[in-house]
Ligand binder design. Structure first.
Ligand code: AMP
Length: 400
């Protein structure tokens, strides 16, 4: 079965075509800068590459361009669109309603629409991608895979905020958590690497990319996570604050900041960018710090310190930790960040081997010492593969 995985953002659609159940990638690509003058499609299929430039007005046009590229004589992967039996969509917010991936029908679309005000930067674009795919591939099964779903097992004691209870009853204000597809993928993969059952492992999963989050996974199920009602809470991120005293907002409101400015400040101007004043990108900050830029160094130090604090918290939440798992662009590729986070955690049973850690860049393996109580695993995440597998499982009626 050919499964097309779609990740639709505000100005881009990323996609991968899978042959299931083997999970072979037949083609992958993206359309970037949708709505701008110079939009661009790039696709790779084996050793063939395909690029197309020009104005792409909206997601509907982008989807048409993608489908054309997939069946193209030059660099395409399939002969006919009828070969695409199913489409798996990444959807960021599934509220309390979706505890797993699901076949999309009008009721599911209405729910995703309902959660747009909880994820205004993501759900509307995910929906546009779903509608475009339904329109262009009317005979394909459409499946939604929610970033929030893996965290549906978080208990009330961890998901409730200490706000008046009516706010939960009226607005469903609570912790939802995100990056769930990534946390689930690496937790399952960690169980395989540790030769344990997927519902036997206790792991702390650390997803460090442009967005960053952690999860405490007890016996294969998420029991706490660092992101909250929105993806703003928790770790320091590229441009987001993570945890901070909400009274800072009242203070700034008193000084004349309006809601829009505060929103931009917290989501777009803070984090690594805000502290360093230079960049949201860890690679750049590493270079700047090496040249003696003290603010870049401070940004890296605060970033690592926050992760370290959460590891301690989640070690307290879990009854024993089999592994700490690093993933995401930073977690997979930066031995320096991993070393800074884990240094001096031997009292928690976490001991990184310097040589193994240095050698693990963009690949999968254990970087802990032989005597470390917990393994320290680096696992490149693969959310697209997880979505393809869920989609295949739902459509074929096999276990997810
Ligand atoms: P992602 O959102 O998962 O693509 O991750 C993006 C982040 O990963 C950016 O902050 C990049 O600077 C960071 N990153 C990618 N490669 C490296 C690397 N080799 N060393 C440090 N950070 C990296």
């Amino acid at each position: 079965m050919k499964v097309l995985v779609i990740n639709a953002g505000s100005s881009s659609i990323k996609y991968q075509l899978y042959d299931m159940p083997q999970a072979n990638v037949l083609a992958k690509g993206s359309v970037e800068r949708i709505g701008e003058e110079a939009s661009k499609l790039s696709q790779t299929c084996g050793d063939k590459t395909l690029t197309k430039e020009g104005h792409v007005a909206d997601h509907e046009e982008a989807m048409a361009m993608i489908l054309e590229a997939l069946v193209s004589d030059q660099g395409g992967a399939i002969k006919s669109l009828a070969e695409i039996e199913s489409v798996g969509h990444r959807v960021v917010h599934g509220g309390e309603e979706f505890t797993g991936s699901t076949l999309i029908d009008e009721a599911v679309i209405a729910s995703v629409e309902k959660f747009c005000d909880l994820a205004p930067l993501h759900n509307p674009h995910n929906l546009v991608g779903i509608r475009a795919a339904m329109h262009k591939l009317p005979n394909a099964n459409q499946v939604a895979c929610f970033d929030t779903a893996f965290h549906a097992t978080i208990p009330e004691v961890a998901y409730m905020y200490a706000l008046p209870y009516e706010l939960y009853e009226t607005y469903r204000i609570r912790r939802y958590g995100f990056h769930g597809t990534s946390h689930r993928y690496v937790a399952r993969r960690a169980a395989e690497l540790l030769a344990m059952g997927k519902y036997d492992v206790n792991v702390i999963t650390v997803h460090l990319g442009n967005g960053c989050s952690m999860a405490a996974v007890s016996q294969g199920r998420s029991v706490d996570t660092s992101m909250g009602l929105t993806p703003l809470e928790g770790l320091v991120m590229g441009t987001r604050t993570g945890d901070f005293d909400p009274a800072i907002l009242f203070y700034l409101a008193d000084k004349g900041y309006d809601i829009k400015q505060l929103n931009t400040l917290c989501n777009k101007k803070s984090g690594l960018l805000g502290i360093s004043g230079k960049s949201n990108d860890m690679r750049n900050l590493g270079k700047l710090a090496a040249q003696g830029d003290t603010r870049a160094q401070l940004a890296i130090d605060i970033f690592c310190y926050r992760v370290r604090k959460y590891i301690g918290t989640y070690a307290a939440v879990l009854d024993g930790v089999h592994a700490v798992v690093f993933t995401g662009g930073i977690g997979e590729n930066s031995p320096e960040v991993r070393a800074k986070i884990c240094g001096g955690l031997t009292s928690l049973g976490i001991d990184v081997d310097a040589g193994r850690n240095r050698g693990m860049i963009g690949s999968e393996g254990n970087v802990s010492t032989d005597t470390s109580r917990a393994a320290v695993l680096v696992i490149p995440t693969n959310e697209e593969q997880a979505i393809a597998k869920d989609t295949y499982a739902i459509v074929s009626g096999t276990e997810q």
